[in-house]
Write a protein that binds this ligand. Structure first.
Ligand code: NAP
Length: 203
């Protein structure tokens, strides 16, 4: 197997994937010299009701279309093949074994960090890999923030903050726009927009 120094994992519900996700992954790739970024659609996101989320096959196909122009971006169906909830710690354990000797970076949004003390085995997870937390302009995270008091010290040692251009794009807003027959052009790649329209998603 090809040897990599560093691998990024971009986990998400991607319901649907949009330019906010792609910019986060690309800026992290460049800043931390990642050999590849693996997009990991969560089949059964632990913090969401499964009937609130679009079928994972559609979300997977949309990510595949979105990343096709970037040779550093890959997609994995690991969490789709696994049964049960899509816990990040299981994914990271798998990749630590699969890419033994490579540095693993989990790329996440600042909002996810604020919730991380609710994740499965977050104390152990904190010590397993490195974390890139992407932040929007003007979004400052202080260690003293009461919302972060449960995060273990080792996480702070293994975490990097990466400011990215603020794109006020969200998957929720895109779903609402489609349902209301409003334009979603330029919020996500053209191929994904076309897929949503062709398949009649989010109506
Ligand atoms: P998501 O909504 O699809 O978003 C994926 C990531 O992209 C998030 O970190 C999100 O950060 C970021 N993002 C979205 N729009 C952005 C924008 N415009 N600009 C910059 N960043 C943007 O995914 P998610 O449902 O939050 O899940 C994220 C990961 O956490 C998944 O891998 C999930 O499995 C994992 N997770 C694990 C557990 C667990 O193990 N127990 C629990 C919860 C989540 P923001 O949040 O800042 O938008």
């Amino acid at each position: 197997m090809q040897k990599f120094n560093s691998i990024g994992i971009m986990g998400g519900t991607f319901d649907p994937v949009h330019y906010g996700h792609l910019i986060a992954a690309e800026f992290a790739r460049h800043e931390f010299k990642l050999d590849r970024v693996i997009f990991m659609p969560a089949a059964r996101p632990p913090h969401k009701e499964i009937n609130e989320v679009l079928n994972s096959e559609h979300r997977y196909k949309m990510v595949k279309l979105a990343i096709q122009a970037n040779p550093f971006f890959k997609i994995s169906d690991l969490e789709m093949k696994r049964t049960g909830k899509s816990y990040t710690i299981d994914t990271i354990r798998y990749y630590l074994e699969y890419y033994r000797g490579s540095d693993i970076f989990f790329i996440m949004g600042a909002d996810s960090l604020l919730m991380m003390d609710t994740w499965k085995d977050y104390q152990e997870l904190s010590g397993l890999c490195r974390f890139v937390v992407v932040t929007r302009p003007g979004y400052v995270i202080e260690r003293s923030d009461p919302a972060l008091k449960n995060l273990p010290p080792i996480l702070w040692e293994r975490m990097e903050f990466l400011p990215i251009p603020g794109l006020d794009i969200s998957s929720t807003d895109i779903r609402h726009r489609v349902a209301e027959n409003r334009s979603i052009k330029y919020l996500l790649p053209l191929e994904v927009e076309q897929y949503i329209l062709d398949q009649g998603l989010y109506r």
